[in-house]
Ligand binder design. Sequence first.
Ligand code: PLP
Length: 384
Amino acid sequence: MIYLDHNATTEPALEVIGEMVDALERAWANPSSMHAPGQAARSLLADARARVARFLGCAGAELVFTSGATESNHMAIEGALKARAAEGRTRLVLSAVEHPGLMALATRLEAQGVPVSRIPVDRQGRVDLAAAQALMGTDVAIVSVMGANNETGVLMPLAELAALAHGCGAWLHADATQLVGKARLNFASSGVDLLSVSAHKLHGPKGVGALLIRKGLALPALLGGRQERQRRGGTENTPGIAGFAAACDRAAQTLDDDLARMAALRDRLQAELLRTLPAVQVYGAQVPRLPNTLCVRFGPLHSDPVLGKLERAGVMVSSGAACTAAGTAPSHVLLAMGETPEQAQSGIRFSLGRDTTAADIEATVAGVHRAVGPMLADAGFTVP
Ligand code: PLP
């Protein structure tokens, strides 16, 4: 089996499993308890916070552990809207290609009366900065744009967006879930005010992540309770947090090499598919992208049968399109990039990991040929 679905999730690293088991066995007490076992759990938490903060380039006091990026996104946006309402800042500005969880939050807020503006993207999937500028105003509480898109891997211009948001007094939130382990990330120099991350995209456990909150920003808590400096109530997920820290340490050791290796392998996969199959369209290839992501369309082929055939050929990948009870909905990302609804149901995402090898890529190319070649031939294309 070749697993090229690392943008969906990654396999927990051995170090991660080791630290989690250790935390469960030896630091299972409540970190809020005053007794010695509680203090042991508290010191595990402090150590993990320092390690995660080092990896992300923030101060420990700027980091709030959460249950993952979805919660972090909610906390940032709902918190900012609450915090800034008294200044007359009530509007949310977000890109048209955010993660479905964040898009759904914006739709819900809009139904509750919050003014919401969506920044369009260009044909490559990058936010349109001129359009973003036109949407800024003194009524904007928060601008939310992801660091990299989960379907196409396209990187968003966060520094420019920070300048635009700050120019009108708004905060900038970045859902950086797809950046961790696939780009160098430094919160301190990013210009971003609020940043969401998740451990499971980084060979860490699921159900744990963080929201980074720039020092001095008064963000109200969504969950009551004294934990996390009263910013996020609930007994801390100490094993998950320990695993997150282990994942960060492990990623930091090899990040530069990993980025270079994944980019070379992704480029090879892209070149081989383009060279050997007809009608392959690559999304986002003209702009900076994550080094591990390749999003393509094979002519007119719908993603569902392609995914099924690829799985039978031993290649595990994903489509960007969301599965609903009514069938597969077109990808909102590809639609926003100007694709037709049919084309937007055809995206296939290959996402490599740090352990992907050249042999995996060769086998993937062969698997794609076996799976997709006959389908393209049936659709009238000449397949060499
Ligand atoms: N944001 C982006 C860009 C993602 O890719 C994902 C994961 O699929 C999420 C948010 C959700 O993260 P989590 O599973 O930690 O809630």
